[in-house]
Design a protein around this ligand. Structure first.
Ligand code: PGA
Length: 239
């Protein structure tokens, strides 16, 4: 695991260069994306590079990490809406090549279909992750088996509370989400994880310096051969 502790601006710029280099080499790369507050500046930077003619996503394939169960894509709180707004709609992504682990009800999930789509794309070349305050990656909450693939996950109260900032009322935060599993994430060839802010410091410490344990899902990344963690000074404060 490579750890880069720098200001957010540097981290986002450096991470954006990973996309530029990858897409120059492999224009149809399969990219795994995350939502939330953390990747926003990186997405702004990727859109800027696109407008400057320095990067093209025209042939890239996108696979998002997670989505709330039962949320339509036109709902402003859906991750599909977020991705269209901040990245896909601001670049030359072909929306037909962008995928979410979509499911309308807990019963209707065909996890194996999402896994198959990823497999048919040749596997994910570059996976982007954030980290939850409890160490989750995607919506894989503490205790999720390392062998898990795409599945429906009940969200912890901590995660629902953290995500309530995006909702009109905390009661509107869904209770279930569908997420790539830990094994799905670990199959990506390369992984970038962004962690910004003091509230991520304990999770970053446990991910980087703690034991590899299912009670800290992100700690599994210690076992992956190509992970870069970008952290600002606040998120790295306990290391
Ligand atoms: P955040 O979420 O970027 O909004 O902090 C990260 C996560 O929970 O994975």
């Amino acid at each position: 695991m490579k750890l880069i502790v720098e200001c957010r601006e540097f981290c986002n710029m450096d991470a954006s260069m990973r996309y530029k280099r990858l897409l120059e080499k492999k224009p149809d790369a399969a990219l795994g994306f995350a939502t939330g507050a953390t990747p926003l500046e990186l997405y702004h930077e990727l859109a800027r590079l696109y407008r400057a003619g320095e990067i093209s996503f025209a042939r890239a394939r996108a696979f998002n990490l997670d989505e709330y169960v039962g949320m339509n894509s036109d709902n402003a709180n859906s991750f599909r809406y977020f991705m269209n707004k901040y990245l896909f709609g601001r670049t030359d992504f072909n929306v037909a090549n962008t995928y979410m682990p979509y499911c309308l009800s807990r019963e209707s999930l065909t996890a194996s279909h999402y896994e198959l789509l990823i497999e048919q794309a040749g596997g994910i070349d570059l996976m982007l992750l954030g980290i939850g305050r409890n160490g989750h990656i995607g919506f894989n909450e503490p205790g999720t088996p390392f062998g898990s693939i795409t599945h429906v996950q009940q969200l912890s109260e901590e995660t629902r509370a953290a995500n309530s900032r995006f909702f009109y009322s905390p009661t509107l935060v869904p209770t279930y989400a569908v997420t790539m599993g830990i094994a799905t994430i670990m199959h990506a060839r390369s992984i970038i994880l962004l962690a910004y802010g003091r509230e991520k410091a304990q999770a970053v410490h446990d991910m980087v310096a703690g034991p590899v344990t299912e009670s800290v899902p992100a700690s599994v990344l210690q076992l992956h051969p190509d992970v870069t963690v970008y952290a600002d000074a606040e998120a790295a404060a306990l290391l």
